[in-house]
Design a protein around this ligand. Structure first.
Ligand SMILES: C[S@@+](CC[C@H](N)C(=O)[O-])C[C@H]1O[C@@H](n2cnc3c(N)ncnc32)[C@H](O)[C@@H]1O
Length: 231
């Protein structure tokens, strides 16, 4: 399991963050342009408290959230209890609790697939995907300012170019998506920056952010499972 202190320790603030993220839906729109999941079987790996599951369930045949952290499994199950198309399973990206060739889209958003080291999860996604299915990895783009600069200052060993080169070498394509995070008030914005960065960088981020909005760029990487023999 990869430690995720933001959502593990502050699930309520992370919920505020998810609600503030990308209020214009640019990431969902880019995903939809790349993959059609209407009538499809979708898995959301590292689904956390299940925030994105209902969005997929609007069009999918069935949606499965997979999450290793038991308190988040509970939250995701509670969120989706009334929707018969959604199932939440405790599990890990490297050992998905799903049969071979059983899903059409494996989606992961800011979860597990962070670059070098996630090869076992890629292989596992390809195992559960049907031929022609897609693995879609959504993550923050640390090359874009201002959010990316704060990320790089906080994580000096994180090399966004190496991460992108890794995904390219694994056969993923790349699309960059500009979004706006929009908060109801300053307090919410400050709470969210406070769980995403160390206290020093969070203070700087708060000082450098006037108002209640923030521009944040994402990366969307997609790799398809071949329909035939890969020679
Ligand atoms: C930053 S949260 C994102 C949650 C969710 N995708 C969202 O966008 O709301 C990262 C999630 O990945 C989960 N995670 C950590 N290690 C994992 C692993 N090995 N396999 C699958 N998920 C993992 C964490 O427990 C956490 O819920």
């Amino acid at each position: 399991m990869i430690a995720s202190p933001n959502i593990w320790h502050w699930p309520a603030v992370y919920e505020e963050e998810n609600r503030a993220q990308d209020t214009r839906g640019a990431v969902y729109a880019a995903l939809r342009e790349s993959v059609d999941w209407s009538g499809a079987d979708v898995v959301d790996v590292g689904c956390g408290s299940g925030f994105h599951l209902p969005m997929f369930a609007q069009e999918a045949r069935a949606v499965t959230g997979v999450e290793p952290h038991p308190p988040l499994v509970d939250l995701a199950r509670r969120r989706t209890a009334a929707d018969g198309t959604i199932t939440v399973l405790q599990g890990d990206a490297e050992q998905l609790p799903l049969p071979v060739s059983s899903v059409d889209l494996v989606h992961a958003r800011t979860a597990y697939f962070f670059g070098p080291g996630c090869g076992a999860g890629i292989a596992e996604a390809l195992r559960v995907l049907r031929p022609g299915g897609a693995l879609a990895v959504v993550d923050l783009d640390a090359t874009a300012h201002p959010y990316g600069r704060w990320m790089r200052e906080d994580l000096p060993h994180y090399d966004p170019c190496a991460v992108e080169a890794f995904f390219a070498a694994q056969g993923f394509d790349l699309r960059r998506i500009d979004t706006e995070w929009s908060f109801p008030d300053r307090d919410g914005l400050e709470r969210v920056l406070g769980i995403e960065f160390s206290p020093r960088i969070a203070d700087r981020a708060v000082r450098e952010t006037p108002g209640t909005t923030l521009t944040v760029r994402y990366r969307l990487h997609i790799r398809r499972k071949p329909r035939g023999l890969e020679l």
